[in-house]
Design a binder for this molecule. Structure first.
Ligand code: ATP
Ligand code: MG
Length: 360
């Protein structure tokens, strides 16, 4: 029996990433170009389960293939020290693989000092310690990518990082900062005047993926792992997935598990979708819903009455408020990644969210 190739686990990189080729290529180009490339400061924005963490990992892999090392952290207390330690660890790892061994054999003194300084510079501040590390890395022409997941402006160290990073950039260091966060966290962060520098970072929004991208990645995942899937079954899967990366993994995982032969049939997908919908509700919808304010919820309830596309004016009427008051909540929900606007109509951005609100 072949192992199930789908990865319905948060943070896990799937065997085939749907629809991210362009971003990864552009980032690769940026690492090749080095200082000055605007993509080196990027922020990835997306609702829960859109694949931010997985993308950060892939960007770090891309960086590694261009001779950069990565310090990957989450925005939590202790983050700055973590960045330093992860960077030192990555540098040591880099130096101890084949490349590094030869460098060590020739005995370039910088590398020794890299290890030496770790023990002696307890009293210098973060920027000083980072500057020393950059000096060592520069001598070997290694760039440093810092990735920060789950950004939040509530963390002082986030603000410190942003302002010190600005100096690194100004000093032409071979450095990159790629951050990721939920829409409202990112808006709060870039709206903060203390980190106005981040407003110029390249923002990448992970929205719904086109069905064609989902189908390609789904098919490749199934076939690489040794099963087949027919067009009907694939179409049914793509329909239920509705462009949502986490849903692709859930539907894929459950459909694969239902299949009793080397083909995933339309029936297998049907059963898989059923289970996936329940799991998606627990993993994404309920968590997102729990973060809404009572007025946000009223807005969503008014929207859900339409069962698809809504007009702001209708939503306002149902809420019993003026349109410009309702539009405040429209903005909040847009920012939270709960709704989206297409052709002037409002829609829920998370599959199944409308049904969930209706059934509550
Ligand atoms: N491009 C993609 N194509 C297919 N599946 C993906 C893609 N990106 C991520 N996934 C899958 O989607 C799920 C969610 O991914 P990930 O944890 O990266 O999301 P996230 O945006 O970081 O979520 P959260 O906001 O909760 O941290 C995982 O199961 C992962 O394997
Ligand atoms: Mg994540």
């Amino acid at each position: 029996m072949n192992a199930n190739p789908f990865t319905p686990t948060f943070g896990k990189v799937p065997p085939h990433l749907a629809g991210r080729e362009e971003i990864i290529d552009e980032m690769g180009q940026a690492f090749a170009n080095g200082p000055g490339d605007p993509n080196l400061s990027s922020i990835i924005v997306g609702a829960r389960g859109t694949g931010k963490t997985a993308l950060l990992t892939c960007i770090a892999e891309e960086a590694a293939s261009r001779g950069w090392i990565t310090a990957s952290v989450s925005a939590m207390p202790g983050m700055l020290d973590d960045i330093l330690q992860r960077a030192q660890e990555a540098a040591e790892e880099y130096l101890s693989d084949s490349n590094g061994v030869s460098i060590r054999e020739i005995g370039i003194p910088q590398i020794l000092s890299l290890q030496f300084e770790r023990k002696t510079e307890e009293s210098s501040n973060w920027r000083t310690k980072m500057n020393r590390l950059f000096k060592e890395l520069e001598a070997l022409d290694i760039g440093l990518l810092i990735t920060v997941d789950e950004v939040t402006v509530k963390l002082d160290e986030m603000v410190q990082l942003a302002s010190v990073y600005q100096h690194f950039v100004r000093e032409n260091k071979q450095v990159a900062l790629v951050m990721a966060g939920l829409p409202f966290q990112v808006s709060e962060l870039v709206d903060d005047s203390r980190v106005s520098f981040l407003r110029r970072a390249r923002r990448r929004t992970l929205g719904r993926l086109p069905d064609s991208e989902i189908e390609n990645a789904f098919l490749a995942t199934v076939e690489d792992a040794g099963k087949r899937i027919g067009d009907d079954a694939l179409l049914r899967a793509a329909n239920a997935i509705d462009g949502f990366p986490y849903m692709m993994q859930l539907v894929g995982y459950r459909s694969w598990a239902s299949s009793r032969s080397d083909e995933i049939t339309a029936n297998d997908v049907e059963r898989g979708v059923h289970q996936a919908v329940d799991e998606f509700r627990l993993g994404v919808i309920e968590t997102t819903f729990g973060e809404l304010s009572p007025m946000d919820v009223r807005f969503c309830e008014a929207m859900a009455e339409d069962g698809g596309a809504s007009r702001l004016s209708d939503v306002a009427t149902r809420m019993g408020v003026k349109s410009n008051y309702a539009s405040q909540y429209k903005r909040r929900l847009l920012t939270a990644g709960v709704i989206e606007v297409s052709n002037g109509f409002l829609r829920f951005a998370i599959p199944g969210f409308g049904e969930y609100v209706r059934q509550r």
